[in-house]
Design a protein. Structure first.
Ligand code: SF4
Ligand code: SF4
Length: 245
């Protein structure tokens, strides 16, 4: 696929996913999933989380790069604050947040005595998330939250510092890497690199892609496999690959 076209399609998918958020947010909302679990209900959101985790065993954080609605909103805000994020220790903040959110979910399941009902449309009207009173409040609260992180921290600030789904996908990737079955990767041919730095400039996760190429370490926790570096490199140094360990 032509490189510019792939990135246009990717950004369009992300922004469309954000536009669909009034329909879909119940399926990615941690508070709603936990609320359902506290009543013994396996919600549609819990099912989506399980799918995302299984997907991460083969595709890492591809969801973040191509389909996440919060990613779509952050792509829009990158036009306002496109500063690269030097997150450093702030990258670690999402781990205790993940433990808090997923710990509450596990506790909710435990206190309900398990999950005995599957309700794919929990807290939606015919599958549409805002089709009930008060739902807009929850939606706008989530949007406001993502906005603050994206505008204050810079490019994909919410992904770096807060997102618990990112941590879930990172865990899936770590499990895959430990075992080594075939999965989607970035691969590089460092001998062709002319050190122009375009890959690092375009990386939405502010990674030092040029350094990764030089050191032959293309596997990075914060990489969302978006392919911006693949498509920006004038020498075709970086590419996607499907392989084992
Ligand atoms: S390293 Fe490449 S694929 Fe990974 S996030 Fe950066 S630009 Fe995207
Ligand atoms: S864009 Fe390609 S040639 Fe330029 S630094 Fe990155 S890998 Fe090397």
């Amino acid at each position: 696929m032509q490189s510019a076209l792939r990135q246009k399609i990717r950004i369009a998918l992300l922004i469309f996913s954000f536009v669909l958020m009034p329909v879909t947010f119940a399926y990615i909302s941690c508070p709603l999933i936990t609320e359902g679990a506290s009543q013994g209900i396996a919600t549609g959101g819990l099912f989506v989380f399980a799918l995302l985790f299984v997907g991460s065993l083969f595709f890492g954080r591809l969801w973040c790069g191509y389909l996440c609605p919060a990613g779509g909103l952050q792509e829009i805000y990158a036009r306002v604050n496109g500063r690269p994020v030097k997150a450093g220790w702030l990258n670690l903040l999402k781990y205790p947040i993940f433990l808090g959110i997923f710990g509450s979910l596990a506790l909710a399941v435990y206190s309900a005595g398990g999950l005995w009902v599957f309700d794919p449309f929990y807290q939606t009207g015919n599958g549409i998330s805002v089709d009930r009173s008060g739902a807009y409040t929850l939606l706008y609260a989530q949007i406001a939250f993502i906005t603050v992180f994206a505008l204050l921290a810079g490019r994909r600030g919410f992904c770096h510092t807060f997102c618990p789904i990112a941590v879930m996908l990172i865990l899936g990737r770590k499990i895959r890497n430990a075992v080594g079955w075939p999965a989607l990767h970035l691969a590089a041919a460092p001998e062709r690199c002319v050190d122009c730095g375009r890959c690092s400039e375009t990386c939405p996760m502010s990674l030092d892609v040029r350094g990764m190429v030089r050191e032959g370490r293309m596997e990075q926790t914060e990489c969302i496999l978006c392919g911006e570096c693949v498509d920006a490199c004038p020498e075709g140094v970086v590419g996607y690959a499907w392989r084992g360990k």
